[in-house]
Design a protein around this ligand. Structure first.
Ligand SMILES: Cc1ncc(COP(=O)(O)O)c(C=O)c1O
Length: 399
């Protein structure tokens, strides 16, 4: 029965050195955390701009305009869950990313839900012979929904080699082959900044290939929004691109925006379709009004406080340049995600534990989060780290 099956799978995971466990953090900020009475420097936070720590809920709740807001939205958005505060955030996001007039925005409780909500709705059209094309390193939320949609017979999912335009071209060319069954709808999905490698795709060329093959383009900019582009408007803006060739943009609030939740930005017709067919949107309590206000306050701060992005860039450059020539190298990333790839799972865990013994928290990422033998320390650099804190990490990694 289940008991013995669960026990054997957990044992297998333990034997492989892949067992995960939860821990309780006594206290946490962008740069520090305390676990079981021990203090550590935090190099695992996605609060890249230090906003989550600077804007505590006490500060937020002291803003008069927001004191009446409830923590819970009370219902799903189509019942009574959509408040004026949600509309305010939707409009702020549309303006920030420079969405065309015919675009609209939909809020979700998490980035995971936004991604599954979009893809499962787009690939649930009876009679379609649809193709979902994903970068091999796309986030689990994108891969999982693709796999499930394929299993349900709603589409075929194909992955192209990471950031490899000729691999994408080959996949799409095959789909145009006269001998293959006629494909009705195609969607190409990439991240703006890859969550485990920290690198970025050439969005202009990706979108060009996508459009030349009559496919739609979806960008998950979870790690680009707030960090890159004009006033933090994200990866498209950073590459001087508009949303004209981007059919679906997903941004999340849990990283640089320092809150929780996510948004989908797309044409009004697409948003109307998702409002009617995205089960994640229809059947879930709407994003908390308090979280919505937090996202608004934080986005306004990101737009205004250019110094946060400047300090972040300076810290990233400092960390990278000090690691050059050392045993452990970071990948080719200009983002706050600075992975040190070790390869072997147990060696990566060993290094993470060694750092922990010296007061530094840098989590090891291993299979299945990354490919086998691609285990790494996922170091994240933030605007809040001081030079001394960076020096402590550099010293530990280079000695
Ligand atoms: C690229 C990417 N997309 C989506 C998500 C999911 O976002 P959320 O944490 O808001 O569910 C993550 C989270 O790590 C991510 O890295």
């Amino acid at each position: 029965m289940f008991e013995s099956r669960l026990a054997s799978r957990l044992k297998q995971q333990t034997d492989l050195g892949l067992l995960r466990s939860r821990m309780v953090v006594d206290d946490i900020s962008t740069t520090n955390l305390t676990v079981e009475g021990h203090s550590y420097l935090n190099f695992s936070s996605n609060d890249y701009l230090g906003i989550a720590s600077d804007h505590t809920s006490a500060k937020l709740l002291s803003i008069d305009k927001y004191t009446h807001l409830s923590a819970g939205a009370m219902a799903s958005p189509l019942v009574v869950g959509r408040h004026k505060i949600h509309l305010e955030l939707e409009q702020l996001l549309l303006d920030w990313v420079g969405a065309p007039q015919n675009f609209n925005c939909l809020l979700f409780g998490s980035g995971y839900s936004a991604n599954t909500g979009v893809i499962s709705a787009l690939f649930n059209i009876k009679g379609d012979n649809a193709l979902l094309v994903q970068d091999k390193l796309n986030h689990a939320s994108l891969m999982d929904v693709g796999r499930n949609s394929q299993a349900l017979g709603h589409c075929k999912q194909v992955r192209y080699l990471h950031n490899d335009l000729s691999s994408l071209q080959t996949v799409l060319a095959k789909s145009n082959n006269k001998n293959s069954d006629e494909i009705t709808n195609k969607l190409v999905v990439t991240e703006g900044v890859f969550s485990m490698d920290g690198d970025q795709p050439d969005l202009q060329r990706l979108m060009k290939i996508t459009k030349a093959n009559n496919a739609w383009f979806m960008l998950d900019d979870a790690h680009g929004i707030g960090i890159h582009g004009k006033n933090g408007a994200g990866s498209l803006s950073a590459q001087q691109l508009t949303l004209d060739n981007c059919d679906v943009l997903v941004v999340t609030f849990g990283k640089a925006i320092g809150a929780q939740g996510a948004a989908v930005i797309a044409s009004k017709q697409t948003i109307e379709y998702l409002t009617n067919f995205s089960r994640d949107y229809i059947y879930s309590t709407h994003l908390s009004p308090l979280q919505t206000a937090a996202a608004i306050v934080n986005i306004k701060a990101i737009q205004k406080d250019g110094w946060r992005r400047e300090k972040l860039a300076e810290n990233i450059e400092y960390f990278k340049s000090n690691l050059r020539g050392s045993k452990y190298q970071t990948l080719d990333s200009l983002s706050p995600i600075q992975p040190i790839v070790i390869g072997d799972e147990s060696e990566a865990i060993g290094l993470s534990q060694q750092l922990k013994a010296n007061g530094i928290w840098a989590s090891a990422m291993r299979y299945p989060t990354v490919a086998k033998q691609q285990a790494r320390l996922r170091v994240t650099i933030t605007a809040s780290h001081t030079k001394q804190q960076l020096d402590q990490l550099i010293k530990q990694v280079t000695q």
